[in-house]
Design a protein around this ligand. Structure first.
Ligand SMILES: C[S@@+](CC[C@H](N)C(=O)[O-])C[C@H]1O[C@@H](n2cnc3c(N)ncnc32)[C@H](O)[C@@H]1O
Length: 247
């Protein structure tokens, strides 16, 4: 338990420093542009000051965070093989890595969907998209499509996606309502949306509060866009895997 705690604190320190660096890069939505959000003057210093369904939206991690996303100890901290096992991907499937960052999960999903499948890697930051392009070329991977999304639209093809994966992303979406409505539209009838988020319920997970999500809050926000929780996997040390489908 002590080792876990030390590891969690280290993760917390790295994350907070990278978010602070990215502070000026996050676009803060105007409450006038959408009825779903509320601006509050009193808020968490790590948040944007914008609230959605009672939750404060976190600041976006900047491109300076790539080294942190690719840190060598990440495999031992986050057990990506267990995440992949929980996805049950099949050859030929179309999968979106929404908020792909530098592609930590994008390129791990490529062998799972095979040459007949595709991974659509979406991000809003040009530096992340450049890194994704460079890595796909270096690895000679032909079934990764890199897509530039906007803060309100991930630009996924409608009715065509088997699974949308969001790892450590959802809590920092500036417009979660709009993005999730587009995500829902992108799903095939039995398509799934999978979140991997740091456990807000667990005080041992020493991540800044606005960078954690509870299953309760996720469920509330997904129900609002017509998605229902079908499974929660609690095998990871610090995060939960929460899986949704269309109602
Ligand atoms: C903490 S990083 C996680 C990256 C990756 N999922 C991983 O686990 O390595 C969050 C990423 O989400 C991206 N992001 C934030 N808001 C987004 C949005 N509305 N649409 C797509 N990507 C977004 C950021 O640019 C950043 O690359």
């Amino acid at each position: 338990m002590l080792n876990l705690k030390r590891r969690a604190i280290a993760v917390s320190l790295c994350l907070s420093c990278l978010v602070a660096e990215a502070h000026t890069q996050s676009a803060i939505p105007s409450p006038q542009t959408s009825p779903f959000y509320e601006a509050r003057a009193k808020h968490d210093p790590d948040g944007t000051g914008m609230f959605y369904m009672g939750r404060e939206i976190a600041q976006v991690m900047g491109a300076g965070g790539i080294a942190w996303l690719d840190r060598s100890q990440r495999d031992t901290e986050e057990h990506p093989a267990e995440v992949l096992a929980a996805l049950h991907l099949r050859p030929g499937e179309v999968v979106a890595d929404l908020g792909a960052g530098s592609g930590y999960f994008t390129f791990r999903m490529v062998p799972q969907v095979g040459e007949t499948g595709k991974v659509i890697a979406v991000d809003v930051q040009d530096e992340m998209l450049q890194t994704l392009h460079q890595r796909a070329a270096a690895m000679k991977v032909t079934n990764v499509e890199v897509v530039k999304g906007t803060e309100t639209d991930p630009h996924l093809p409608p009715g065509a996606v088997d699974l949308v994966l969001m790892v450590d992303v959802y809590h920092e979406l500036a417009y979660p309502r709009e993005v999730m409505e587009r995500v829902r539209e992108s799903l095939k009838p039995k398509g799934r949306v999978v979140f991997v988020e740091y456990r807000k319920e667990d005080p041992e997970v020493q991540i800044k509060e606005v960078h954690k999500m509870s299953v309760y809050q996720l469920e509330k926000e997904m129900n609002a866009v017509g998605l229902v929780r079908v499974r929660t996997v609690e095998t990871l040390p610090l995060q939960h895997i929460v899986i949704f489908q269309k109602k």
